[in-house]
Design a protein around this ligand. Structure first.
Ligand code: NAD
Length: 327
C-alpha cells in the first residue's frame, strides 16, 4: 500500500473523532482536525486543529487542502432525546447533508485519495426492528428503505451520495454503519448524550436505595460497542478495498433493563428502575457481523461489561470534577 501521511479528521472535537486522532497519531500519520468546537476533554491529538464550520465550502477547502485521506465524522448528532423528538429534524437534515455535500465537492477539488464516512444503524428499516429478540440489521436489508428517523434518512441519502462520487469521480469511499458507540470522553450531559452515558450518569448520581428513570418499558433491545473497537474497525475498513457500507457494532444483544442493571452492578449501589415515557426509537437493534468478518477477517469481540466498567468510572469522575447535581 502507498505510504499515506496526511489525513483530515472532520469532527475531531467530538467523541469518536477525538479517539480516532489518537489512534492515527499512534500509527504515524500527520493529522489535521477540524470541528466547529474544540474537544471538551482535550482528546484531540491532531498536529493541527482548525475551528471551522464544514457547512461553509470555503472552510472545507481550507481543511482538505494537501490531504491524502479524509475521515468524515462531523454531523449534527445526539442521542434519542435529540434525534427522535422531532424537534431538531430540519437542523439535523440540513446541517449534516450540507457538510457531506461540501466535503465531497472539496474531495474532488483537492484530489483526495479516499474518504471514510460514518453512517449509522439508524438507516435500517423500522419494519425489520419490531421484534426485540430478533431484529434484522444485515447490510443488504436496508432496502426497501424505511428508517424511523430523519437522522436515518439523511445518513442513507449521504451513503448514496458518497457512493455516487465513487462511481462518477473515482474517489475511494469506505462507509461504516456504527451501532451505539460508547466510552470515555463522550457527551454525558446536556441533552445530546446517548443512552449508555445517560444511564451511567443517572446511576452515578443516584442515592443508594433509590431508583433511576428509564425511558419506555426497558424491554427494547440494543447492542453497544466500546469506542476502542470502533476505532479498530474504522482503521481496518479504511485500509481495506471494500467500498460498500458495512456494520461496525457489537452482536451482543441486551435489553435496556439488563443494560441498566449491568451499570448499577458497577456502582455497587442498590437501585431500582422507574419506567417513564420518553423518545424510544425501534424495539430491537443489533449489529449483524457476518459481512464485516467476511470482508475484513475481523469483528468486534470484547465483552460489553469491560467497556461499561471504564465508562462508568470515567463519568463518575467527571461528575465529581464538575460537581453536577441535576438530572
Ligand atoms: P459527536 O457529536 O461527538 O461528534 C460529531 C462532531 O461533529 C461534533 O464535535 C460536532 O461539533 C461536529 N460538527 C457538527 N457540525 C459541524 C459543522 N458544521 N462543522 C464542523 N464540525 C461540526 O458524535 P460522535 O458520537 O463522535 O459521532 C461521530 C459520527 O458517527 C457522526 O457522524 C455520527 O452521526 C456517527 N454515528 C455515531 C454513533 C454513536 O453511537 N456515537 C452511532 C452511529 C453513527
Amino acid at each position: 500500500m502507498q505510504d499515506i501521511k496526511k489525513v483530515l479528521v472532520c469532527g475531531s472535537g467530538g467523541f469518536i473523532g477525538g479517539h480516532l486522532t489518537k489512534r492515527l497519531k499512534e500509527e504515524g500519520y500527520w493529522v489535521r482536525g477540524i470541528d466547529i468546537k474544540a474537544n471538551e476533554y482535550n482528546n484531540d491529538h491532531s498536529d493541527e486543529f482548525i475551528i471551522g464550520d464544514l457547512r461553509d465550502i470555503e472552510q472545507c477547502n481550507v481543511a482538505l487542502k494537501d490531504m491524502d485521506w479524509v475521515f468524515q465524522l462531523a454531523a449534527d448528532m445526539g442521542g434519542a432525546g435529540y434525534l427522535f423528538s422531532g424537534e431538531n429534524d430540519a437542523e439535523v437534515m440540513h446541517n449534516s447533508s450540507l457538510i457531506n455535500l461540501n466535503i465531497l465537492n472539496a474531495s474532488i477539488k483537492h484530489k483526495i485519495d479516499r474518504v471514510f464516512y460514518s453512517s449509522s444503524a439508524c438507516v435500517y428499516p423500522e419494519f425489520n426492528q419490531e421484534d426485540p429478540e430478533n431484529p434484522n440489521c444485515k447490510e443488504n436489508s436496508v432496502y426497501p428503505a424505511q428508517p424511523d428517523s430523519e437522522y436515518g434518512w439523511e445518513k442513507l441519502f449521504s451513503e448514496r451520495l458518497f457512493l455516487s462520487f465513487e462511481r462518477n469521480f473515482n474517489l475511494k469511499v469506505r462507509i461504516a454503519r456504527f451501532h451505539n458507540i460508547f466510552g470515555p470522553m463522550g457527551t454525558w450531559q446536556g441533552g445530546k448524550e446517548k443512552a449508555p452515558a445517560a444511564i451511567c450518569r443517572k446511576v452515578a448520581k443516584a442515592v443508594d436505595g433509590s431508583s433511576i428513570d428509564i425511558w419506555g418499558d426497558g424491554l427494547q433491545t440494543r447492542s453497544f460497542l466500546y469506542v476502542d473497537e470502533c476505532i479498530e474497525g474504522i482503521m481496518r475498513l479504511t485500509k481495506s478495498d471494500y467500498s460498500s457500507p458495512v456494520n461496525i457494532g457489537s452482536d451482543e444483544l441486551i435489553s435496556i433493563n439488563d443494560f441498566a442493571k449491568l451499570i448499577i452492578n458497577q456502582s455497587g449501589k442498590n437501585l431500582s428502575l422507574n419506567h417513564i415515557e420518553g423518545p424510544l426509537g425501534v424495539r430491537g437493534r443489533v449489529s449483524d457481523n457476518e459481512l464485516i468478518f467476511e470482508k475484513l477477517g475481523w469483528k468486534p469481540s470484547k465483552p460489553l461489561k469491560d467497556g461499561i466498567s471504564h465508562t462508568f468510572r470515567w463519568i463518575n469522575k467527571q461528575m465529581r470534577i464538575t460537581n453536577v447535581h441535576q438530572h
